[in-house]
Design a protein around this ligand. Structure first.
Ligand code: HEM
Ligand code: HEM
Length: 186
C-alpha cells in the first residue's frame, strides 16, 4: 500500500494517523469524563497525569497529521457525490480537526493557569503557556468541556455517515480509510 494518498484511496500514513488518533481520542474522552466526575484521590490524580500526558501526545499527532495532510491531500469524494453531501462531509471533517486542536490546547491552558503544578507522568512539569489565574483556568476548563461534548456529537455523525456508506450505499468510502488487512474484497 502506498504511503501517500492517491486520487481514490488514503495512503498508509493518513490511515495510521487516523486510527492511532481514534484510539487515543476515544480513551481521552472516556477517561476525561470519568475522572472529572470522581472525588480527588491520589489514584484519580494519577489518572489526571495520564490524561494530560496522552492528551499532549494526541496534540503532537494532530499537528503531524495536519502537516501530512498538507503534504499529501486527501482523495476527493467520488464525482457523483451530491454537492450537499460533499459540503456536509468537508464541514464535519473541518469541525473535527478544529475540535481536536482546541481540546488539548484548552486543556493545557486550563492546567497552566490552575493554582497548582501542571504535572504529567513521571512528575514532569509541562511548561506553562499562560500565567496562573483562576478566572482564566475556569474559562479554558469551560472551553475544554464544551469542545469535548461537541466532538462527541461530531463523531456520532461521522461514524454514522461512515457506516451508512458501507452498509446502505455499499460504496468504497469506509474501505478507502480501512487498514489494508481489514479492507476485504470490494
Ligand atoms: C485530544 C485531547 C483531549 C481530549 C479529547 C480531552 C477530553 C477531556 C474530557 C472529555 C474531559 C471531561 C470534562 C468534563 O466532563 O468536565 C476532560 C477533562 C480534563 N482534561 Fe482533557 N482532554 C484532552 C487533552 C487534555 C490535555 C492536553 C490536558 C492538559 C494538559 C487536559 C486536562 C484536563 C483536565 C485537568 C481535566 C479535568 C476537568 C476540568 O478541570 O475541566 N486534557 N478532558
Ligand atoms: C476519534 C475518532 C475519530 C476521529 C477524530 C476521526 C477524524 C476523521 C477526520 C478528521 C477525517 C478526515 C480525513 C481527511 O480527509 O483529512 C476522517 C476521515 C474518515 N473517517 Fe474518521 N475519525 C474518527 C473515527 C472514525 C471511525 C470510528 C470510523 C469508522 C466507523 C471513521 C471513518 C472514517 C472514514 C471512512 C473517513 C474517510 C472519509 C472520506 O473518504 O472522505 N472515522 N476521520
Amino acid at each position: 500500500m502506498a504511503w501517500r494518498n492517491s486520487s481514490v484511496e488514503y495512503g498508509s500514513v493518513a490511515k495510521l494517523f487516523h486510527w492511532r488518533l481514534f484510539v487515543l481520542i476515544v480513551s481521552l474522552l472516556a477517561v476525561g469524563i470519568f475522572m472529572a466526575n470522581q472525588t480527588f484521590t491520589p489514584e484519580i490524580f494519577t489518572l489526571y497525569k495520564w490524561h494530560k500526558t496522552i492528551g499532549v501526545v494526541a496534540l503532537v499527532l494532530v499537528v503531524g497529521r495536519l502537516i501530512w495532510r498538507f503534504m499529501s491531500p486527501p482523495p476527493p469524494l467520488p464525482t457523483e457525490t451530491p454537492a450537499l453531501e460533499k459540503w456536509a462531509a468537508h464541514g464535519t471533517h473541518f469541525l473535527i480537526y478544529a475540535a481536536i486542536v482546541i481540546i488539548p490546547v484548552s486543556g493545557w491552558l486550563m492546567s497552566s493557569a490552575a493554582p497548582f503544578p501542571n504535572l504529567i507522568i513521571g512528575d514532569i512539569q509541562l511548561p506553562a503557556l499562560i500565567e496562573q489565574n483562576e478566572e482564566a483556568s475556569k474559562f479554558w476548563s469551560t472551553v475544554h468541556y464544551w469542545a469535548g461534548r461537541a466532538l462527541i456529537a461530531l463523531l456520532a455523525l461521522h461514524v454514522s455517515a461512515a457506516l451508512f456508506h458501507h452498509f446502505v450505499r455499499k460504496d468504497q468510502i469506509l474501505r478507502r480509510m480501512l487498514p489494508g488487512r481489514l479492507k476485504g474484497t470490494p
